[in-house]
Ligand binder design. Sequence first.
Ligand code: 5GP
Ligand code: ZN
Length: 141
Amino acid sequence: MAPSLLSASINRPGETSDMVQQWSRTMTDPSCLFCRIIRGEIPAKKVYEDENVFAFEDINPQAPTHLLIIPKRHFAGLKEAQAEDAEIIGRCHLAAAEIARQRKIEQGYRTVLNVGPGTGQSVFHLHVHLLGGRPLGWPPG
Ligand code: 5GP
Ligand code: ZN
């Protein structure tokens, strides 16, 4: 995917792009599985990366397309998100839409954020699931 549509810098108030780049590199949790995948310490099938967003194949796919799209900056999930995280959450969804176009699954796909143990959230680094390539029932289980 051409990163140009999605990769413009996201600056918090008072931050320069240089500061954001530095911050993107350092705001990771050393023990977090997905931070370790971003750093290449744990192998994963990467499908997209830009300055802010990283996407890879889910290790236990629940549909022909099952990707995880994550912010490079670590935060635990939607419940923990701050107002300044709004743009990166949107960018994860825009990346999902672009990947869905490329994979020609636009006839029907789903983006999902599991929030909290009641949904089975098992990794506490915000991640958008992109599921598609088969009929997806509603309501979800
Ligand atoms: P959650 O249940 O937290 O919403 O989703 C976590 C997802 O991460 C699950 O779908 C699970 O299969 C996936 N996952 C867990 N460990 C790994 C891993 O080491 N590599 C990859 N690629 N996916 C993982
Ligand atoms: Zn993390």
